[in-house]
Design a protein around this ligand. Sequence first.
Ligand code: NAD
Length: 540
Amino acid sequence: MSDRNPSPAGGPLVEGPRDPEHDATASYALEPEYAASLTRRVLATTGRTVEVRSPLNGAPLAHIPQSSAEDVAAAYARARKAQQAWQRVSLDDRAAILLRLHDLILERQDEIIDLIVWESGKARKHAFDEPLHVALTARYYARTAHEHLDTQRKLGVVPGLTRVEVNRVPKGVVGIISPWNYPFTMALCDGLPALLAGNAVVAKPDAQTMLSALWGAQLLEEAGFPADLWTVVAGPGAEIGPELVARSDYVCFTGSTATGRLIAQGCAERLIGCSLELGGKNPILVLRDADLERAAEGAVRAAFSNAGQLCVSMERMFVADQVYDRFVERFVARTEAMSLGASLDWGVDMGSLISQQQLDTVTRHVEDAVAKGARVLTGGRHRPDLGPYFYEPTILEGVTPEMTCFGEETFGPVIALYRFHDEADAVARANAGEYGLNASIYSQDGARARAIARFVKCGTVNINEAFAATFASIDSPMGGMRQSGMGRRQGAEGIHRYTESQSVATQRLLRFGPVLGMSDATYAKVMTANLKLMKKLGRA
Ligand code: NAD
């Protein structure tokens, strides 16, 4: 296990005899009792289970109990009861639990990173981003709890006589439906502000990556969140997902645009709110004054983090003509220097895709592009020698609109390069298509890059960085424009979505309407004069 600390209580992995013929992972297995201690947390009474296997080497991981519609109903009944007590707990006490969670995650990060790698197949350095992001989110919301949730005084219509306050009232029970690509942070990060705001959560993580999500649920309880405040259900999204939509007071969904549309329809029917974090076809722009080494380093992370299975990763790259050849040489060299492998240890630059389905999509996109005339500058091959779903980091040139990967999200380690002569044209091409999640601009002139950013139709724009600068800056909102989503996670918007704003106005002394025998006509005149005066006084 090299420089990883052994996980507490034996941790999730048991070590078997080393086989020099095979990769390190082959000699580890997930400890069955450990897996069972997590899967017991699923609220399921059907007696049915589904086996999940590791994408690293196909080893069995666990049998996940499957929830029925009745189980989902029971989860909501428990959550509603727990929420009623929880909303009476003081904000300071709720925030203190979040800070305890922060510490627990950092203390036990090796355990969760092992689980994430084992379950998702990603490289350890990409798995590390997950506890990091959850800890950042926990600290941020704990420390800004009062700023976001305290009752605020507002201007009353009659100065001095109308006292107005706005309360932030919890929505109730929030349904969180999350994907497999960042199985720990996507399952947890959106729920933390929901809990802080006084809600309960029913979570439905993706079926392929339940263990990381269940580990998160266990840690929430260890940190001090009451039982039943966070209940996990499991099952195929198309079967139990609609049950969550039917019972939630608000739905937070992360996943594909197609499913997001279904969720939005279900929520519209019930007139409840939802936030949708969806797909992207994210562009990166390298301007002629970019630091090319920095841009090439960023491009590798932009395109190949978690083997490209990252909503904010880049699949289209527009490079200024003047620097194109020099940039491409550096980008290809850095990509070819990457190490690939199925390992739980540090030192691997890219891991596996998660499933046969992902491998099929990536293979189909690359084969289609090549058949229609695209050139593969590097990569372009399935690598079954490393593990069942490994695919090389791939750079394409000459991608045209007839090719599937021109506009469709690949969600894999494939990026297409395009030259540009004119920056306005590059921005127009970056804005083409239906998505608008994340963009990146490389330039040594920060002010010029920031000016360009205003014309890029994406919810986040990173300058001289791929995606981490916006994603890890929890104080600022993160989300998609156009088909990439609705609503925002993080920042004030990321917590206010889980509250209803309630205005409470207390009227003192004078009531509204004519007083002291005044006629309606006189009252209208007095009010009109009052309006004119207020404007003169500069009042909002
Ligand atoms: P998906 O939409 O198929 O699944 C996501 C979740 O929705 C899973 O938990 C799934 O079980 C559930 N689900 C499926 N059908 C459902 C239904 N009818 N009702 C309710 N729930 C249902 O997405 P995927 O293909 O597994 O995930 C990859 C996609 O997610 C990519 O398009 C990626 O860009 C996107 N994504 C976006 C973000 C972001 O923050 N914007 C983050 C991660 C992934």
